[in-house]
Design a protein around this ligand. Structure first.
Ligand SMILES: [Zn+2]
Length: 344
């Protein structure tokens, strides 16, 4: 169990929240205060749980879904409104997030025979209507939580399959490689969340690498910024450019690697570089084969893996999977070219 590498992974990065604040949008102030309170409470809960359960092996469960309504408070697991095989709710957002979590669970089981975030069938806990106009969604090491958005810039964060897939994949990363949420390993953590956010959206929409839009978060943009997105795996740095959010800072090449300390050392920024690599490989061998290659690689990574060692790990798995006939013979050379295209 590598569950010590937890992150508080939010889909909307801190630099976007800061830009909105500069533009006078007040959801930023509220988002920050909620996050601070959330971190303090979570730290207490984790300290309690690790002291009581460190010697007990986790039981194998059925990956049941539980949807809770936070009722616009900052409480998680407040009111249970839908559970596995239970009746649908009168609240459409409850049913949407239930279905989306089911699609993510089903994808990992079908594609990789991997059950829930931990491959031990952990319950999938989903909290909706968190906070007042809270414009974010996050995985906190145990469960997923979604705000309603402000309705203008961001609509309800629980609406989009790619957001749910992104956040649950942070859980998968936590229980496999346990990539540290800082610097290049943190950017790889974000990268994996974006990759499977996009892949699972492509499966649901029956798209191919060529027909997919490769965008993350386009379905949570409100009326003010309709048509923009949070990130683009195909063209990092082009997802948005507007007076409210500023300009998408993601690099698509090592020459433009972000070296500052913001955003945990650029975890949502430098993820653009491996994101671009994944897009190129998927175009070369198709998305499902690229996803298999990436998932098999994930299981071999260390918490401190950087971009260079990631390239080596993907190449090693490409060779292995090609020998076993699970990916095309050309995969190793396509992988090499794709990493070269971003300066790796
Ligand atoms: Zn994330």
């Amino acid at each position: 169990m590598k569950n010590h590498h937890r992150c508080n992974c939010q889909i909307i990065p801190p630099f976007v929240i800061d830009e909105l604040k500069k533009a006078g949008v007040d959801i930023s102030a509220q988002t920050k205060s909620i996050s601070k309170e959330f971190r303090d409470r979570r730290a207490d809960q984790l300290a309690f749980r690790s002291s009581e359960s460190s010697l007990i092996a986790p039981p194998v469960k059925n990956a049941d879904r539980f949807v809770y309504d936070s009722k616009m408070t900052q409480n998680q697991r407040l009111l249970l409104v839908r559970k596995e095989s239970g009746a649908a709710s009168a609240d459409p957002i409850v049913n949407t997030v239930y279905d989306n979590a089911g699609a993510v669970r089903s994808y990992y089981k079908t594609a990789f025979d991997y059950l829930s975030v931990d491959n031990h069938g952990a319950d999938l806990i989903l909290n909706v209507h968190y906070g007042k106009a809270y414009a974010n969604a996050f995985w906190d090491g145990d469960e997923m939580t979604f705000g309603d958005g402000d309705g203008k810039i961001f609509i309800n964060l629980a609406n989009a399959l790619d957001v749910t897939a992104h956040e649950l994949t942070h859980g998968v990363v936590q229980y496999t490689a346990g990539l540290n949420y800082q610097g290049q390993s943190g950017a790889l953590n974000e990268h994996y969340a974006d990759v499977f956010g996009s892949v699972i959206k492509q499966v649901a929409k029956k798209q191919t690498a060529a027909t997919a839009d490769w965008l993350i978060g386009d379905e949570i943009m409100g009326p003010t910024l309709k048509g923009q997105a949070l990130r683009s795996l195909k063209a990092p740095g082009t997802a948005y450019n507007n007076q409210l959010m500023g300009k998408d800072p993601q690099p698509a090449h090592m020459n433009n690697l972000y070296k500052g300390s913001g955003d945990n050392g650029g975890v949502h920024i430098n993820s653009g570089i491996p994101n671009k690599v994944f897009h190129l490989v998927a175009v070369g061998i198709e998305t499902d084969k690229a996803a298999l290659l990436w998932f098999e690689t994930l299981k071999t990574l260390k918490p401190t893996t950087n971009f260079k060692s990631f390239k080596t790990a993907v190449s090693t798995q490409a060779k292995k999977l090609a020998s076993a006939g699970k990916v095309p013979a050309a995969t190793e050379s396509i992988v090499k070219q794709s990493f070269q295209a971003v300066g790796l």
